[in-house]
Ligand binder design. Structure first.
Ligand code: NAD
Ligand code: LMR
Length: 338
């Protein structure tokens, strides 16, 4: 029996992350080896030729799972009946642009896209926002979709931050990345985020904090490494990539978006992961903010893992990032968007 094709819409399909995403999705890396895919690429007129070129290359790969590629600059066509919407295209910050200008420019993109999703997407649509500022763009899209799409369907990507944290720990502990479970990213996809290892474990159940103390010469040395090296490195990794590469992360961002959707659709495998989801007040985060939390999925969307202990310092770090999300939400409200 052949599975029904899943329709996946990528906005910014002519851009860098779009290019890195579409070949892996068409190869089955996101939805599995048995699920045929219909790809829709949404672009603005300026990006259409680039998306068209990518589509030619997709055809030349002869992927058995790829059933159709459609390129459009019309959101209603792009999201018509879509099952998975990956909102990547965004207005980048340009020289001299204030944060409020950036939020306003992106509200002009994510508002209409959210409305189009509400109007024409599949009843069970899932949306992940990658384009920055990702959490607040997701908030805008969710608010614009209207009552037909539950807000839980809208998420923003912090899996890249999660994977970055795991990568740093794996290198320091000299273990495979797959051996580290239960790392958590809290807050905003920005330098205020809190990468938290206090619940993380290795396969034998050994807490990562203990393994770090063993490796680095005691608890105090481990705490100093976490505060002075690990947390700033992970939180500012996006800027580090921009400085070294000359442009922002692409393949790692696409990989994280694929991890995010795969786990949401097929279920998390070992322990918790991180995703920004709409708060229902968990851990005291104001309702309605799109905030990164510890999450699991049973194959039907992400749910927040509740009841984790946070010490006073951790609570302060989470609060600082949540304050930034509140400020972004208030700036968008002041524009009359929410
Ligand atoms: P890019 O400039 O290469 O591509 C963006 C594409 O979006 C362009 O082709 C542009 O024409 C298109 N676009 C702009 N407005 C659009 C609209 N209204 N509808 C459809 N398409 C539109 O950028 P990129 O490297 O692919 O990055 C995309 C976004 O992802 C940026 O905002 C970047 O900051 C963000 N990002 C997020 C993460 C994360 O972890 N959340 C990581 C890396 C990058
Ligand atoms: C990233 O995390 O790589 C992106 O969000 C780019 C950035 O500005 O940090």
């Amino acid at each position: 029996m052949t599975n029904r094709p899943t329709t996946v819409t990528i906005t910014g399909g002519g851009g860098q992350i779009g290019y890195a995403l579409m070949f892996r999705i068409a190869a089955g890396d996101m939805l599995g080896p048995d699920v045929p895919v219909r790809l829709r690429l949404l672009e603005i007129p300026h990006g259409m030729r680039s998306a068209e070129g990518a589509a030619l290359e997709l055809q030349d790969c002869a992927f058995p799972l790829l059933r159709e590629i459609e390129i459009t600059d019309d959101p209603l066509t792009a999201f018509d009946g879509t099952h998975i919407a990956m909102l990547v295209g965004a207005r980048p910050r340009s020289a001299g642009m204030e944060r409020a200008d950036l939020l306003a420019a992106n509200a002009g993109i994510f508002g209409p896209q959210g409305a189009a999703i509400g109007a024409v997407a599949d009843d069970d649509v899932r949306v992940v926002v990658v384009g920055n500022p990702a959490n607040t763009n997701a908030l805008i899209a969710a608010a614009s979709a209207g009552p037909d799409v539950p807000v839980e369907r809208f998420t923003a990507l912090t899996r890249l931050d999660h994977n970055r944290a795991v990568g740093q720990l794996a290198e320091t502990l000299q273990v495979g990345a797959g051996e580290i479970a239960d790392v958590v990213i809290w807050g905003n996809h920005s330098a205020t985020q809190f990468p938290d290892v206090s619940h993380a474990i290795l396969p034998d159940g050994m807490p990562v904090l203990e393994a770090l103390a063993e490796r680095l010469g005691g608890r105090d040395a481990a705490t100093a490494w976490l505060d002075d090296v690990f947390i700033p490195r992970v939180a500012k990794r996006g800027a580090e990539i921009i400085e070294v590469r000359g442009s922002s992360s692409v393949a790692s961002a696409a990989n994280a978006a694929i991890d995010h959707v795969r786990d949401e659709q097929l279920g998390t495998r070992r322990g918790m992961t991180s995703a920004a989801v709409v708060s229902h007040g968990e851990y005291g985060v104001p309702e309605g903010l799109v905030c990164s939390f510890p999450v699991i999925s049973r194959g039907d969307g992400y749910e927040v893992v509740e009841g984790l202990d946070l010490d006073e310092r951790a609570r302060q770090r989470v609060a600082a990032s949540v304050d930034e999300l509140v400020a972004e939400r208030d700036a968008v409200r002041a524009l009359g968007v929410l």
